[in-house]
Ligand binder design. Sequence first.
Ligand SMILES: [Zn+2]
Length: 318
Amino acid sequence: MFSGHKLGLTYRKLDLNPPSLEEVSHVLRVGLKEDFEVIDVSVVECPDLRQSPFHLAQRGLSGNEKIADIGGVPYLAPIVQRDKYYSFKDMVSVMEMNEKAFFIGAGAGPFKEVQTNCELMPNISFENNCNDITNKTHFAKIDEKGGCELSLVKTMDFALLCNLFASEGQTGPVIKVSAKKRIGSNNFVSTIREILAKHYDKRPVSLGGVFLIKSGSAKLHIMPDFSKTPLNTNEDVNNWLKYYTMDSPLICLSVFHSFDPQLDLRIEHTHCFSDHNQGGHYHYDTTPDEVEYEAYFNVAKQIYRIDSPVVTHNIGRD
Ligand SMILES: [Zn+2]
């Protein structure tokens, strides 16, 4: 484990010993049979993720694969710490990806820009030493009528907490998971995470990527503006969040770990966006018979734990 300090941020960096894509693919192919009626897992060349239906800022998930966990729920609850405001550009530097960086994942949105707390779907690419930037990051906020409003951000900022899968955005081999008709009780990501946890035990295997919910619907939340009263328990957080049932197709950006090697990680985090003004934090699909998932994941070689809260807790990590 390496500890460092850059741009006013302390961080720890852990080198992983990731299994091959073929091996992870095999583990998932065996494991997922218990949770979905129809499954197919294989290693494929990544499709061009810039194209529909993905709409990502780069073509693939390969090159210098890393995962970052920045900040954490303790900066949101019990009471917001508004000074926890970050820039993706700084993360390029902290994560030593100056030549090329492509970030996707799940975080809290830039409340100074949006003028309210919101959900963020990071989707941003830096090339040519940060001279060429493609920012397709969306945020979802609660509109005046209590519905969802999904828009592109204008800045490169985020706040409080974020989970990122980082790569050089190159095309290359990835794990493709197709799953239809859910018979297990967990959500798609937890199912995969628990299969990996069971197989790899205390060896951390960390994945990130994109999946589509191609049919059915899903339960998502959007954070309202910051609570003026302290959120002290999971129940407080649940009562504060606003839950929605949203329609497919949803594009979901996901980061998860089979095991936390004492880095105080959020072990899974997925945010979704769409082309129909819906998006937010993924909990689970609400239509197990109808649901169809198509996922593309890669395995990280390093974890960066950046600006980790000194005083931590386990509230609101679901
Ligand atoms: Zn979230």
